[in-house]
Design a protein around this ligand. Sequence first.
Ligand SMILES: Nc1ncnc2c1ncn2[C@@H]1O[C@H](COP(=O)(O)OP(=O)(O)OP(=O)(O)O)[C@@H](O)[C@H]1O
Ligand SMILES: [Mg+2]
Length: 279
Amino acid sequence: MNYPILLENVDFTYPLAEDDGEEEAREAAKPLFSGLSLGLPRGFTFMVGPNGIGKSTLMLLASARLFPGAGRITILERPSTDFLDAAVDPDLEEERNRRVSFVYQNMEFETEFPLGDVLELVAANSVDPAGAARRYADLLDAADLRERLGARMQELSKGEMQRAIVVMSVLYGSPILMMDEPVFAVEAHRAEQLFAYLRELCRDGSHTMYASVHDVELARKFGDSVVLMHSDGAVEAGPAEELLTRESLETAFRAPWDTLYRRQALYREFLNKTALTED
Ligand SMILES: Nc1ncnc2c1ncn2[C@@H]1O[C@H](COP(=O)(O)OP(=O)(O)OP(=O)(O)O)[C@@H](O)[C@H]1O
Ligand SMILES: [Mg+2]
């Protein structure tokens, strides 16, 4: 099978910070991944696993924002190390972004311009300007942002900002889009509406998207595939309906179903509360 992103025998360890004490140093020196081989699927894929297991790190590696200590990562047939200098070479950075773009957790966007102007600017500079123009109206509806086009970016609530950033990323049009916790501040019904639209985009084959989420129900509902990261370090990729079973979630999270389910319900309640006060 031909994977959009392929990891072969990947080792990764975060470098030590200068001021790390001995204990922190030992902890930080532990490899996060060692000998990880994994094909990341096409379509809409959710990254699922317990806190601190490495979802964000895996997404950063798979999009050439971080690089493996050993092994090889191939992104649409290019080794990720082709983009090693992207941080210091703006042309190379753009080349990388046009292949795979990244929505960071807690992303902010500071500008005086209103949302509508920013979206038009992104659409005009899109990898696929015709696709951006074609999708613009539907995307605005899916993200429920039509009423906010006149708002300046800094006037947007956290939930609105997250939806706006997803819209921007889709308009930008890279064939691969990585989204790290893209809807954690978005009310559940709005997150679902947006994900339903993204899933359709992925189904027509024009996009491949990956999203990390804490809400397993979102992954179950909208994911074609799942990357499940287990607390013992195992990582598996496969169809959502095969991997999101009670048994595999219990082993991945090392928690009994009742606790897991209660945690999810509390988390959803918390999200709804924050989204309601912020929107
Ligand atoms: N920049 C960094 N320097 C050192 N260690 C880091 C760094 N970023 C993450 N880590 C550590 O690497 C491990 C994996 O972190 P990561 O953020 O990838 O997990 P995650 O699955 O995304 O967690 P969460 O569910 O909280 O988002 C954690 O132990 C974390 O403390
Ligand atoms: Mg994370």
